[in-house]
Structures are given as structure tokens and as C-alpha cells.
Design a binder for this molecule. Structure first.
Ligand SMILES: Cc1cc2nc3c(=O)[nH]c(=O)nc-3n(C[C@H](O)[C@H](O)[C@H](O)COP(=O)(O)OP(=O)(O)OC[C@H]3O[C@@H](n4cnc5c(N)ncnc54)[C@H](O)[C@@H]3O)c2cc1C
Length: 362
């Protein structure tokens, strides 16, 4: 549907069709009509490792079985720490479902009921709030603008959320991420390897390798404001290619992910505007896992809107998400140690079962 043809009022408008936006829309629709818009054409392409952790798997089991068509070989991978320089491997019991992210996102959207109107290629450019509702200006791919009114707006627009900035909450710093899809020229072990390499320098957080059928994703994560990440990523690729059967790259993606550093990075919204997923600062500060946080907070934002007077939905959402903010706050206490050279060094001496246990909480 073109944005010019949309009805001019909805009970709820949700910005961003990622896991937070889909769950927010699905549950908000229990109150009345919802409009879900995304600036990208749908199905969208979002850079991702495509690893669904146990919390995400459990959450999603309430919405139906993951279709086989989105699963990639091997279907399950375990998380493993890899200290590259010291050749130390610490496999853990953390088991991830290995999925194709684009198919996963498309499947999520397919769960939406008829009460949710979904429009891709529609960017929310600005909004104004008054005592009775919110007017949101949407821009289509042809540049034409349309205003839609709603009682509640839910911003699920990811790590660079403009909704968040518009309510004066400021942005959260972001990691720079690069991912290559390398042709597999032999077998690699069925692990989601998280790799520390000292020689790449202090701006390098970690790399990861995960098999995905005929290819393997090789990702690098750099701290905010890293200069020349592509050059450093090439160094990571060279080191890995020398040791693993990784052939040429068929695709490279550059993206950003939240780097949550403070408890005040979590912001639930203002007035009639709620924030969920990365837009609200909801993401694991220690593991970079974000899908389960997005699913959870999106669902809670939708339930808050569905079950409360529009003027008080945000208060309800505050209470409903307290345990998630506490979870992030607890993880933040581990972060300085995990990132320090000492922490990474000492981790090499910790018995594997202990590493496995601690990792469950990260
Ligand atoms: C390289 C990489 C690898 C990752 N790997 C994993 C992993 O393996 N497992 C895991 O759990 N997490 C992973 N994550 C994190 C995970 O992808 C995110 O935390 C999760 O997708 C956040 O969901 P969300 O719904 O909050 O936002 P997003 O999925 O980012 O969706 C936001 C949407 O908002 C839209 N949007 C933005 N601005 C506007 C606007 N103004 N108007 C309309 N639409 C707008 C965007 O187009 C986008 O589709 C990874 C992240 C990165 C960058």
C-alpha cells in the first residue's frame, strides 16, 4: 500500500519492522488498528549473525515453530570463546538456533494479524505530540509526505533511533560491525566462535565466525569511532583464512550495533511515545545479543499500549520493563573486567565448565 492511500488515524503507530516493532504491533493490535512502517523495503536486509539464543527460542515457541526454510546448516551451534594468540578454546553449553536473518524477519512479519497494516519504504521523518495524540509525518520512496495521527507512537527504529533523539533522549554510542560471507572450502566446527586477537589493536573488540550452509559469516566488531575498520577487518580475515578453510567473500556488510555503557542508556519514552528494542537501549552490553531483548521489550510495549489508557501506557511500560533494565545494569558491572586485557588473560585459566556457566548469565 502507498502511504497516500492510508487511513489518516490509527490507535497505534509503530516505527521499525524489526523484532521489536513486529512484537509491539502484534500486541498493540489487541486494542485496535495499528500501522507498522519501515523505511526499508520489506522484506528487509539487516546485517546479523542470525544466532537465536535460548531466551529468543523460548520466547518464539509461544508464536509457533520456526519454519525449516529459515534454518541454515548446521541447525544448532554452540557458543565458544577463542583466544586466538594463546590457542585457548572454551566451548560452552550455550546453544543457538542458526537462521537466515532475512527469512527470520520475514517470518516475524507474517505472524501479524489483519488489524496491523504494514508498509515498507515509509520513513517517519518527524512527529508532534499534543495532549490527545501524536501526529507523525511519513515520507514515501517518491518523496511525498503524509501525516497520520495515533494515540500512541512506539519507536522501534533501531540503534540510530530518530524517535529517541526527537524526545530529547540523545543517542547511544554504537559499535562498528563488518561481516563477510566467505565461501567454505572445507568443513569448520559447528561453533559460534567469539575470537579475541590482540594484534588487531585496542579499537578491536572481537571477531566471530559461524558456519551458514555453503558459507561462513566472518564478523568484526570495533569500538565506537574506530578509524579504518575495513583495513583492520582485512587483517582479521587474513589471520582467519590462514587457519580455516575460508574462501573468497561473496558479500560484505557494514552496520552498527548499540554499545550500551550506562544504565541511563535505557530510555522507555516520553509522554505518549514508547521506545522498544535497540531504540530504547535494550540490548545485552556484554554479548551483543539483541534479538531476545527486542522481542521482549516490543511485546511489553505492545501490551502496555493495549491494556492502558493511552496517556498512561508509558507508566505501565516502565513497571513492566524494570526486570530488563535490572538485567542490563547487572551485566554492565561485568563489562569493564570482560573488556580489560587482564580479564581476557585470566579467562584463559578459568575451567571450561565455569566459563560455560558464567556465559549463561551474559
Ligand atoms: C552485525 C550484527 C550482528 C548481530 N548478530 C546478532 C545475533 O546473531 N543474535 C542476536 O540476538 N542479535 C544480533 N545482533 C543484534 C540484533 O540484530 C539487534 O539487536 C536487533 O535486530 C534489534 O531489533 P530492533 O527491532 O530493536 O531494531 P532493528 O532490527 O534494527 O530494526 C529497526 C528498523 O527500523 C527501521 N527504521 C529506522 N529508522 C526509521 C525511520 N525513521 N522510519 C521508518 N523506519 C525506520 C530500520 O529500517 C529497521 O528495519 C547483531 C547486530 C549486528 C549489527
Amino acid at each position: 500500500m502507498e502511504i497516500e492511500d492510508l487511513p489518516r488515524t490509527f490507535d497505534t503507530l509503530v516505527i521499525g519492522a524489526g523484532p521489536a516493532g513486529v512484537m509491539a504491533s502484534l500486541h498493540a493490535s489487541e486494542r485496535g488498528p495499528v500501522l507498522l512502517v519501515d523505511a526499508a523495503t520489506l522484506p528487509r536486509d539487516k546485517s546479523c549473525g542470525g544466532m537465536l539464543n535460548e531466551y529468543a527460542q523460548e520466547f518464539l515457541s509461544a508464536y509457533g515453530a520456526l519454519p525449516d526454510t529459515m534454518r541454515l546448516e548446521p541447525h544448532w551451534v554452540n557458543f565458544r570463546y577463542h583466544d586466538w594468540d594463546r590457542r585457548i578454546l572454551k566451548p560452552t553449553a550455550l546453544r543457538f538456533a542458526n537462521v537466515d536473518r532475512k527469512s527470520f524477519d520475514e517470518w516475524l512479519v507474517s505472524l501479524l494479524p489483519d488489524e496491523v497494516t504494514v508498509v515498507g519504504g515509509a520513513q517517519a521523518v518527524r512527529f508532534t505530540e499534543d495532549t490527545d495524540g501524536v501526529d507523525v509525518v511519513l515520507k514515501g520512496t517518491d518523496g511525498a509526505e503524509t501525516t497520520v495521527r495515533c494515540e500512541n507512537l512506539i519507536g522501534c527504529d533501531g540503534p540510530r533511533s530518530s524517535v529517541r533523539r526527537s524526545i530529547g533522549a540523545g543517542s547511544v554510542a554504537t559499535y562498528v560491525t563488518l561481516q563477510d560471507f566467505c565461501v567454505l572450502e572445507g568443513d569448520i566446527e559447528p561453533y559460534f566462535d567469539c575470537i579475541y586477537m590482540r594484534h588487531i589493536g585496542d579499537s578491536f573488540a572481537y571477531a566471530y565466525v559461524v558456519p551458514k550452509g555453503e558459507v561462513a559469516i566472518v564478523g568484526s566488531v570495533f569500538y565506537p569511532k574506530t578509524r579504518h575498520p575495513h583495513v583492520k577487518h582485512e587483517e582479521v580475515l587474513s589471520a582467519l583464512r590462514a587457519a580455516l578453510p575460508l574462501g573468497g567473500s561473496v558479500k560484505r556488510e557494514a552496520w552498527v550495533a548499540l554499545s550500551v555503557r550506562h544504565t541511563h542508556d535505557v530510555v522507555r519514552g516520553r509522554g505518549r511515545v514508547l521506545l522498544a528494542g535497540e531504540a530504547g537501549g535494550f540490548m545485552s552490553p556484554t554479548s551483543g545479543e539483541g534479538i531476545s531483548y527486542a522481542l521482549n521489550t516490543g511485546r511489553l510495549a505492545g501490551l502496555a499500549v493495549a491494556g492502558h489508557d493511552p496517556a498512561h501506557a508509558l507508566d505501565a511500560y516502565h513497571g513492566m520493563t524494570e526486570h530488563i533494565a535490572a538485567n542490563i545494569s547487572r551485566k554492565l558491572k561485568w563489562l569493564p573486567f570482560m573488556e580489560s586485557r587482564v580479564g581476557k588473560y585470566l579467562a584463559g585459566f578459568v575451567p571450561t565448565p565455569v566459563v560455560s556457566n558464567v556465559t549463561k548469565g551474559l
